[in-house]
Design a protein around this ligand. Structure first.
Ligand code: R5P
Length: 291
């Protein structure tokens, strides 16, 4: 396998190539034309090879770069193309909420797989999004990577900030052999949420080290409210952990101000990137290649 690191995922791509037994790794040449259009060129001998392209799609430009890279490696004679999208943008619009809207997640699944023989992604917003792919598609979880890191830290209780994250908190709790519970979340608007404790808790939380686990930290509103709520109940320490750290605007600083530590995986570059999903992705790539 040859690994190509798109500009949104260069470091993670290099880690994945190491996990694949030091597979050849390359960073494509990219530039912009005067009108803003993107140009990419992939180097190396790719003819007859299995190629892995790693590119998160946080921005529209990342998507354009991914589509160009897929075409470029096909043109260069790649035998099979595996596309790794560690953070799959547009996944939150996974259904039509109001008439006239697109199902954005579905349309980008179709476009991403067009020139691919397989797709690997990490913690999609909703698991059913994977069903939009017609080619073999695999979803890694960020939970084992965060759990590997938390094994070296004090942890008493895992908390999901909403019921939607129940499976994540439960899985992390199982890996660490700790209790867990989910908060009740009411979304006020895209930046504000109201959180409350559930009616009954599985354990005392006073003085305990709580880890709030989420899939995405975006504006930071959810984690900040969760930390404030838990502090009102005299917990000992609070850490925030997520798979995808978007940390929009001043989100990272706002979260740091109300927590003791912030952890994220490396699906996106950010200041809290402390756990790597590279081993988990590499494992799925080997499975995809042998399928
Ligand atoms: C919601 O369904 C997600 O799991 C996250 O809780 C949410 O996307 C976090 O967003 P924010 O950081 O803007 O509160």
């Amino acid at each position: 396998m040859h690994v190509i690191g798109g500009s949104a995922s260069t470091s993670l791509a290099e880690r994945i190539s190491r996990e694949l037994g030091n597979a050849p790794f390359a960073i494509p040449f990219t530039k912009r034309f005067p009108d803003g259009e993107m140009y990419v060129r992939v180097g190396g001998r790719l003819e007859g090879e299995d190629i892995v392209i790693v590119q998160s799609t946080r921005t529209d430009q990342d998507l354009v770069e991914l589509f160009l890279l897929e075409d470029a490696v096909k043109e260069a004679g790649a035998m099979r193309v595996f596309v790794v999208v560690p953070y799959f943008g547009y996944a939150r619009q996974d259904r039509r909420f109001f008439p006239g809207e697109p199902v954005s997640a579905r349309t980008f699944c179709r476009h991403v797989e067009l020139d691919a023989d397989g797709v690997v992604t990490v913690d999609l917003h909703s698991p059913q999004t994977l069903k939009n792919f017609t080619k073999p598609a695999y979803e890694a979880s960020g939970i084992p990577a965060i759990a590997r890191l938390l094994r070296e830290r004090p942890v008493d209780v895992l908390v999901s900030p909403d019921r939607g994250g129940t499976d994540r908190a439960r899985r992390m709790a199982q890996l660490l052999d700790k209790p867990w519970f989910a908060l009740e979340k009411k979304r006020i608007d895209s930046e504000h949420v109201e959180l409350t404790l559930p009616d009954s808790l599985p354990t005392r939380i006073e003085g305990k080290h709580i880890i709030v686990v989420d899939d995405v930290i975006s504006t930071g509103g959810t984690i900040v409210e969760a930390a404030k709520l838990l502090k009102r109940h005299q917990v000992g320490a609070i850490s925030a952990a997520c798979t995808h750290g978007l940390f929009l605007r001043d989100a990272f600083e706002r979260i740091k101000a109300v927590t003791d530590e912030v952890f994220s995986t490396d699906t996106l570059g950010n200041p809290a990137e402390k756990a790597s999903v590279a081993p988990d992705i590499a494992q799925l790539l080997l499975r995809a290649a042998s399928a």
